[in-house]
Design a protein around this ligand. Sequence first.
Ligand SMILES: CC(C)(COP(=O)(O)OP(=O)(O)OC[C@H]1O[C@@H](n2cnc3c(N)ncnc32)[C@H](O)[C@@H]1OP(=O)(O)O)[C@@H](O)C(=O)NCCC(=O)NCCS
Length: 196
Amino acid sequence: MVERPRGQIAPPPLLHMETNMKIVSETGSHNAAVEKLVAEAFGPDRFAKTVYRLRNGIEAEASLSLVALDKGEVVGTLRFWPIEIEGGVPALLLGPLVTAPERQGEGIGSRLMKAGLARAAEQGHRIVVLVGDEPYYRRFGFTRALARRLSLPGWVDPARFLARELVSGALAGVAGMIGHPGMEAVPAGGKVRQAA
Ligand SMILES: CC(C)(COP(=O)(O)OP(=O)(O)OC[C@H]1O[C@@H](n2cnc3c(N)ncnc32)[C@H](O)[C@@H]1OP(=O)(O)O)[C@@H](O)C(=O)NCCC(=O)NCCS
């Protein structure tokens, strides 16, 4: 046991993720591990979901694609996609965000979110939308209210359609359908049960 002068409080034990985990830009060498994490989290049905159809045909923003690495192993992933809101307003679609099941609850998702949003703001992006669990994403400033005048090209549960401004007021007066940059038509989907 370490002797301490009277009154000195012992520092808290270091968490595993604090010592070993780092957030870095995704590179090609991470791709297979990222796809595996996403496939395990969302299953084969994911491709029918509205957000997947929206991502189809466009590339994720390479400079905003992040992975959480621990000793070289990918333990988390976050990507952003360029989209456009009717009227020519550029925005980002966030997702998927996944933490490896055995590493959930260590703050990896939060670190990916904070790093990704900070980087997006630094790059001058102003609006981010996502489809996901509001009880999780509200801690990062996402609300249903900010998305209420926006629409996606397919069914989503309105309770899960969220937006966040990276610049205060960026969504003021913005309304309408979300599509690909340049507002190319997004292919219609088949039967869509749920979006995430
Ligand atoms: C959602 C997810 C990315 C969170 O990652 P994580 O690294 O565990 O997150 P953090 O450690 O930063 O945060 C954990 C906290 O979020 C909470 N949380 C996790 N998932 C949540 C959810 N779906 N709804 C509400 N809260 C959630 C945990 O209860 C925990 O709360 P606490 O801080 O009060 O203890 C992870 O659970 C995951 O990969 N899930 C499967 C894929 C998924 O659902 N992705 C999100 C798309 S909606």
